[in-house]
Ligand binder design. Structure first.
Ligand SMILES: *[C@@H]1O[C@H](CO)[C@@H](O)[C@H](O)[C@H]1NC(C)=O
Ligand SMILES: *[C@@H]1O[C@H](CO)[C@@H](O)[C@H](O)[C@H]1NC(C)=O
Ligand SMILES: *[C@@H]1O[C@H](CO)[C@@H](O)[C@H](O)[C@H]1NC(C)=O
Ligand SMILES: [Zn+2]
Length: 519
């Protein structure tokens, strides 16, 4: 009886397979490969993979559980650093370093012992933007899209609600200051952009980076503090020791001509917040810098406060210019300054332009920005001990970026994955579900032929399935990589807003659970 049923079952399977378009395929879901696959290359053999896995296990068995207080915390945020971004950046790095293939490379932060999956949806949005997301991973509550440092009761653009302290939520950076620690903020974007402002701002609209933007939203800038003002004049911004990034234009009036860009700033309230910062810091060991040369001259031993604004707008992509100090250089200097505090520090470092490159479908720039942030992570790890410093690396949200096809080992990650079995035209390994890289079909309706495209050019826009001006974020989960005190509790599948609660616990800051509450 069982045997008969089994035969009947097999017949049904054979029948349904036979009804597909590819009657000669055993597996119509996967492409046919030609045999032998004669690349002539000798890939790693079985003994290599066994040893590799045994070494991994041996390393894991020796990993200590660290349950001492996290004196320092370094929080790395790859803006839009989805998991496919991490994978592709690893291959890109391996191929830049001329490894045999590329896939065998590792980003530095992949060596961290602990990982978790982070759910990024916001209070009112299935997919996060950097503002509501920053509120979650820095203050511990999910908020509404485009709002920063305020509870989800604050609706987008409601300035009155934003200014009411009962609606504001404090960040881990503020908790660290309350515990007597030094604090720092570094980004490759404008320092008033959504992610970094999550450390210090309370704002009902992320676009309110200066007073003019507040006014243009129909709000009164006299009663509604913009983000740049909050950084320079309000707590916790006013007490931040190290502020390094871009966005001078948000701090200077239209009448002040920028030394580099040769145009005026964005402020219409006539406040020069850079000059105000200098006055507020007079008598202290404080320096304002705006060029690489000035930055390099900073003596960390003689500096308690630094404001470094290296560009009128965002810092340049690393592939476009290396004139501005790089993220690893900024990170190194910041840690040298902050680590002089015996009570420790909290440092936020953002690789902010991974996101911008993705929005433009410029995959190579997104990968290079990821590689640079990884170098900054390595720099921080080299300068600290895992016994007293919690380092975590995560992303605020994903992107609709994918790695597709079946390219051979070592195939250039910026190249093509093969040809479609449907239209016989080549397609790129890296592509996006949407964005400005969309290529219109020919007049006869065929797919655009990328054969003559230079897909490895730094400005190449990878193809997309849907034309939109700016590629969108993705709603998929992101990863959290961590090492140091209590990082073993950064595991499993968690909401993004769990992260600061864990940091507070490990570093004995904030008003939630603390590892050292008995002290
Ligand atoms: C702030 O919000 C609280 C709670 O909604 C409210 O009771 C209070 O009146 C508000 N304060 C001001 C100054 O509007
Ligand atoms: C970190 O330290 C290792 C070992 O000393 C060294 O090889 C590496 O170059 C350092 N990396 C950075 C980014 O400083
Ligand atoms: C961390 O502490 C452990 C136990 O005290 C010690 O064996 C180890 O060398 C320390 N590691 C570092 C990097 O200081
Ligand atoms: Zn974005």
């Amino acid at each position: 009886m069982i045997q008969n049923l089994l035969i009947l079952g097999l017949c049904l399977i054979a029948f349904s397979a036979g009804s597909s378009a590819h009657t000669d395929d055993n597996d119509r879901m996967h492409p046919k490969v030609s045999f032998p696959q004669s690349s002539g290359k000798q890939y790693e053999d079985a003994s290599y993979w066994k040893k590799n896995a045994r070494d991994t296990l041996a390393k894991k068995l020796k990993e200590p559980i660290i349950e001492t207080e996290a004196k320092n915390t370094v929080f790395f945020l790859g803006d839009g650093m989805s998991l496919p971004t991490v994978t592709a950046a690893r291959i890109y790095k391996g191929q830049l370093e001329k490894l045999e293939y590329g896939e065998e490379a590792s980003l530095f932060f992949e060596s961290f012992p602990n990982t978790a999956i982070s759910k990024t949806f916001c209070s009112d949005s299935q997919t996060a933007d950097s503002a509501c997301s920053a509120t979650a991973y820095l203050t511990g509550v999910k908020a509404n899209i485009y709002t920063i440092g305020v509870k989800p009761t604050v609706n987008l653009g409601n300035c009155e609600a934003q200014m009411n302290v009962t609606n504001q939520v404090e960040s881990v950076l503020a908790w660290a200051q309350a515990a007597g620690k030094s604090t720092g903020i570094i980004t490759t974007t404008r320092i008033t952009h959504a992610s970094p402002s999550g450390t210090y701002a309370h704002i009902a609209h992320r676009d309110w980076e200066n007073d003019d933007m507040v006014r243009k939203s129909g709000q009164n800038p006299d009663t509604c503090d913009d983000i740049a003002e909050q950084l320079i004049l309000r707590r916790p911004g006013i007490n931040v020791n190290v502020i390094l990034g871009g966005g001078r234009r948000e701090f200077t009036p239209t009448s002040v001509i920028d030394p580099e860009e040769k145009i005026g700033g964005k402020r219409t309230d006539n406040k020069n917040l850079i000059e105000i910062w200098k006055v507020l810091k007079s008598g202290k060991k404080a320096q304002y810098v705006s060029t690489r040369a000035e930055f390099e001259k900073i003596d960390p031993k003689e500096t308690d406060f630094v404001l470094g604004l290296f560009n009128y707008d965002h810092l340049s992509y690393h592939l476009d210019s290396t004139e501005d100090p790089s993220l690893p250089e900024l990170t190194k200097k910041a840690i040298e300054i902050l680590s002089r505090n015996p009570k420790g520090y909290f440092l936020f470092v953002e690789g902010g332009r991974i996101d911008h490159a993705h929005h433009d479908n410029m995959a190579q720039k997104a990968l290079m920005e990821t590689v640079m942030m990884d170098k900054a992570v390595e720099t921080a790890a080299n300068m600290t001990s895992e016994n007293d410093t919690l380092i975590l690396v995560t992303a605020d949200h994903a992107h609709v970026f994918s790695i597709s096809g079946y390219p051979k080992r070592g195939n250039p990650i910026m190249g093509t994955a093969g040809t479609s079995d449907k239209d016989n035209l080549p397609y790129t390994t890296l592509s996006y579900a949407n964005g400005p890289g969309y290529k219109r079909p020919t007049s006869t309706g065929e797919r655009y032929d990328i054969s003559n495209d230079d897909t490895s050019h730094k400005d190449y826009k990878q193809p997309t399935g849907l034309p939109v001006y700016s590629e969108t974020h993705g709603g998929d989960d992101v990863a959290i990589f961590s090492r140091g005190p209590y990082s073993h509790y950064l595991s499993g599948v968690v909401h993004q807003n769990y992260i600061p609660h864990l940091i507070g616990y490990a570093s004995c800051t904030g008003s939630g659970l603390r590892s050292c509450s008995s002290k």
